[in-house]
Design a protein around this ligand. Sequence first.
Ligand SMILES: Nc1ncnc2c1ncn2[C@@H]1O[C@H](COP(=O)(O)OP(=O)(O)OP(=O)(O)O)[C@@H](O)[C@H]1O
Ligand SMILES: [Mg+2]
Length: 333
Amino acid sequence: MAAFGIDLGTSNIKIYNSGTDKIMNQKNIVAIANRNQLFSLGNEAFEAYEKSPANIKVSFPMSYGVIADFNNMQTILQVFIEHCAKGNVRGSDYFIAVPTDITDVEKRAFFDLVESSTLRARRVYLIEKALADGLGVGLDIRSSKGTMMVNMGADTTEISIINLGGIVLSKLLKIGGNKFDDAIQTNIRREYNLIIGNKTSEMIKKQLAYATEPDEGSGFVYGRDIVTGLPAELQVSSDFIYDAIKEHVHTIIDNIRVILERTPPELAADIIRDGIYLTGGSSNIRNIPELITRETKLKVNTFDSPSESVARGLARLIREGQYRNLAYINTRR
Ligand SMILES: Nc1ncnc2c1ncn2[C@@H]1O[C@H](COP(=O)(O)OP(=O)(O)OP(=O)(O)O)[C@@H](O)[C@H]1O
Ligand SMILES: [Mg+2]
């Protein structure tokens, strides 16, 4: 029987299917028409985001790492699982990555999401997201070696210290790529009287964002001029984008330092030797590893497709039996 590994991100949902040995990565978004009809979901729904007519409501069911809209999240998951397994999913096992620094009730909801769905799961397991992330970057996380994982996503940055297959310290910060996008939007509005959409601010961020003072570079955004009310084009520089996001980037680094200060010395020694493991889509920001190194004096390890590292870890957990006991079954009602 197939097993599925699930990472429910605020921006992207990643599903590993052991049957095909592939990871599906789609926008975690749903479009509902006339209050209750499923119109579209995933990347297709994202196309309609900020463009849809009044009767179609587009929404993100995850917020700050937890399930904010249970029913829509369940719908998205069911449809995608059935789609990637071509219908035959009854009796499968599910491994769901959950942030550590959330409440038991919030964790429980991840379990219930699958358990109460139409998927008819055999078993549903939870696993701490930072452990899956560590597996995903190729570490043997059960060893007695301290490791620092920093996952910079869309709504959150999770900073964790792991050792012996467990979480020693973990903090879920409410800062990530979405905050960068918001800051860009706010600054463009304040400085240039131009209103731009979320997609546009994300696009220009990907194009121009640096974590350290950039040399040059610029790009164009399109929006609506507040004064004239008309559509307008604007050239913005990487410098401007850098100014917009830098405060948030520095808050993340301040928090990395706080966690390092709280790390037991024996584990800190391991981290000094191996450096920080940086994952999540927002670790794509240019020069972010360099800035972290400058501010913490630690080496920073980065990876290809960092948005999928947790899902790659879930794949390892499912394929390589020796890691299975890192996942646990949530206690029953
Ligand atoms: N090249 C890039 N430059 C800057 N940011 C990027 C780049 N590519 C992706 N991102 C950002 O990465 C974020 C998505 O990453 P990821 O898939 O890890 O988040 P998520 O898992 O959905 O969110 P979370 O873990 O916070 O719930 C988005 O904010 C996106 O804008
Ligand atoms: Mg994530």
